[in-house]
Write a protein that binds this ligand. Sequence first.
Ligand SMILES: *[C@@H]1O[C@H](CO)[C@@H](O)[C@H](O)[C@H]1NC(C)=O
Ligand SMILES: *[C@@H]1O[C@H](CO)[C@@H](O)[C@H](O)[C@H]1NC(C)=O
Ligand SMILES: *[C@@H]1O[C@H](CO)[C@@H](O)[C@H](O)[C@H]1NC(C)=O
Length: 501
Amino acid sequence: MILLSRPSASLILGGVVTVLAGPCDLYAAGKTPCVAAHATTRALYDSYSGALYQVKRGSDGATADIKPISAGRVANAASQDTFCNGTTCVISIIYDQSGRGNHLRQGPPGGAASGPNGGYDNLASAIGAPVTLDGKKAYGVFISPGSGYRNDATNGVATGDQAEGIYAVIDGTHFNSGCCFDYGNAEISNRDTGSGHMEAVYFGDNSFWGTGSGNGPWIMADMENGLFSGFNVANNPADPSISDRFITAIVKGKPNQWAIRGGNAVSGSLSTFYSGARPNTSGYNPMSKEGAIILGIGGDNSISAQGTFYEGVMTSGYPSDATESAVQANIVAAKYATTSLTSGPAVNVGSSISFRATTPGFDTRYLMHNGSTVDTQVVTSSSSATLKGQASWTVRTGLGNAACVSFESKDTPGSFIRHYAFQLQLSANDGTKQFFEDATFCPQAGINGEGNSIRSWSYPTRFFRHYADVGYIASEGGPEVFDATSSYNEDVTWIVGNSFA
Ligand SMILES: *[C@@H]1O[C@H](CO)[C@@H](O)[C@H](O)[C@H]1NC(C)=O
Ligand SMILES: *[C@@H]1O[C@H](CO)[C@@H](O)[C@H](O)[C@H]1NC(C)=O
Ligand SMILES: *[C@@H]1O[C@H](CO)[C@@H](O)[C@H](O)[C@H]1NC(C)=O
């Protein structure tokens, strides 16, 4: 038995124990090879040392490929951090490691929705989903509503009723009920061409079609015109609500047979939530798969879902449960874990703070609220008590994610800074998941080298910005007027100081 320092799993082939280090080596040994292999976190083949993903930076539009630290291993996150230092970065390409060139790029417009960038979807922040694998930092793909990736001209991906397997490792705490956080097989036209034209892993708590037990979120299969938790669009009590932080989610299908499987990606084994015949409503038997690949969107480019993707593959052939067990052991051995979402000067929970702008000519202005409007005003020690109160905030544990923070108004307790249509506003906490998420921000080292930049948890390409003295969450060079590149780094950098009140 060879001992490897990297994650490994063994498979008994004809009585010989073979040590294999990547999920796609295991699928190949099971005679169901990967035809697409996507991961921003690690190599999915023992021998893979090529590019995992490409980042594009806001300062000059330059791109860089991020590779594993060595063949078969975790991504070199430090190379991204260096390339993106002092600016913003998005994930512009997620490369296919299978050798078939099935790379994922910015999703094009589709039948359900056109994205905000001349019809194209948004790209994900390169820093929205930091994790560690066996203690080494890597970044996942944090999909906010409006973001998505696609490839409509693939090679080797199942079409028609051909067999395939799909798995994805995702964040079980980042989801919504929008359609549809998917990874898998979809239409090549970006349009709904009918039932049975998709076969993708779905994760979220959409209850418009199928449901499982409890309130969700659930792993389901998007087969077009329906999210399936089991045989037909219905409730399948055997498909459980899942709350693990890291999840392995599986959908696989072959002629008149398909399955949903899942488990905790950091421990234990997989369970089968459905395995049986195809739906007997029209269109699903036989299937009419088209072979495009989507991530974070529906087959018709529905773009209202959110979720986080770390790694996933699509295979040729219907993987055996034994092969998937070996893959699950490999994922567990990769040791996914959470890491800090913040950096820079500490913004401590319980402290009373103010935000001073750093843009030259505006650096005596502070973020304040006037009623529900959040804008900037010049505030000094001799300002009125009213104005001082309007510009003072208490740092609270993040309402939507305890690893980040929320900002409660000093003079209006119970009201917090949130974003709404990407503008900042002060609103009373209404107790909804939407409010919690929109009021959660992750302070990081200031992008212009001073103080802090305040990143939106739910839209991590976007940071607190003052623009024409009004508060927004802005992405560098994004589609909104207040996303303008001019003086972006200064406008999104703040000195977090003591409060006035
Ligand atoms: C970013 O740049 C700053 C200033 O030049 C430097 O102190 C810091 O170490 C750099 N960080 C990384 C990750 O390169
Ligand atoms: C579909 O399957 C269900 C459950 O077995 C059955 O009740 C129903 O009659 C079937 N429908 C068709 C159109 O075959
Ligand atoms: C607050 O808004 C009101 C109404 O628009 C305006 O009259 C007032 O001057 C504003 N106060 C500050 C401090 O901006």
